[in-house]
Design a protein around this ligand. Sequence first.
Ligand code: 4AD
Ligand code: MG
Length: 445
Amino acid sequence: MANAVQIRDIPQFVGQEVLLQGWVYSRTDKGRLQFLQVRDGTGFVQCVVFKKEVEPRVFESVQALTQESSVVITGVVRQDERAPGVPGGYELGVSDVRVVQISEEYPIQPKEHGIDFLMDNRHLWLRSQRQWAILQVRATVMRAIRDWLDGHGFINMDTPILTPAACEGTTTLFETDYFGEPAYLAQSGQLYNEANIYAFGRVYCFGPTFRAEKSKTRRHLTEFWMVEPEAAFCDLDQLMEIEEQFVSHIVHTCLSERASELAILERDTSQLERVAPPFPRISYDEALERLAAIRARSEDENVREQLQIEWGDDFGSPHETELTRQFDKPVFVYGYPSRAKAFYMEPWPGRPEISKSVDLLAPEGYGEIVGGSERISDPELLVRRLVEWNLPQEAFEWYLDLRRYGSVPHSGFGLGVERTVTWICGIDHLRETIAFPRTLKRVYP
Ligand code: 4AD
Ligand code: MG
């Protein structure tokens, strides 16, 4: 019997007989010829069944194959430039087919379905080529993140998911009953990372984070994955240098390793090729001036309305979208008003109303993918902030300790995996970038 091979490895087997184990993605009946698109999780390949090259019972069983039937196929790998598939340019001349199961009528047909239907069938929708391509890119993003950080002296430290206090504002906390006391699902691992840097210097945590986001947007999930590097003896400028190296590495890893997936998604990769340090840096104040100029130029009432913003407010999606359209690379916006951001951010020297914060906005209208800052290192200032933000000091005593014993300037950031994958894939909505998205209206399947 031939060796079982994976479709992604097929180019190495030209001229040889192989065995594929997978599912029928589609079947085209041309009488004496049957074309099967077969997928096995690693790729898609066309399998050609010619009546006179297989036993009659095999040909009959092929004629009965429905979409998503599971099969074991034997055949010889041929190179053919026109053959569709991933990797492209190869097909299988079939000699035998063993049917594992004839699938029942599959709910997802090669036609347009509504998004609610697809989301209800997310467990099946994952098999579609487009979803497969997006999630392959995601897996590469995850690995590129770890590779870069591990290779640059950051140690992976896991931070808790059940936590006693808020990190990113009390309005989006998910509360759980922790043996009669409230505990909250982590919004961020940052505060624990700040403890970890005093033991390890440079660290990162990487895991799911939870926010009870009540807004229904294409940029928000209630459960999303975030990687959060944190570094001791690091200021805001150094942080931006780390971010631009890091993000460029992620993008270029996808370009080199996921070219065929990006092609399936019809991504214009020339936009991504440009992503290289240095990224432009503008202040919040300058961003506001640019937005005012865009408003003044716009003849569209809606645009003028949407772009309205007072000094002191954080940006919404429309502001970020317009700003990023002015740059052909990701752009840093730094120096946000302190009251628009979290309690732990270091004030700007000489301008306490703004913070040493920085967001990285992805181009082509995508907007914020990274949020970060220098952290307050002075214990007294931090206590004042807890009071101003109405946060319970008891819950933060351990965090205050970090400022009491060898405090140093330090900084960190959080990169949202789903927003990054949405941008790299060039798609509209981040719900497709995680296998089972959790949103305001959805915890099924
Ligand atoms: O800007 P955020 O809220 O920053 C923090 O959580 C900091 N504690 C990070 C740090 O400095 N260690 O979130 C960081 C990133 C955002 O830029 C965005 O990419 C993503 O996390 N994010 C979300 N992604 C999907 N759905 C949501 N509801 C998200 N909220 C934030
Ligand atoms: Mg943010």
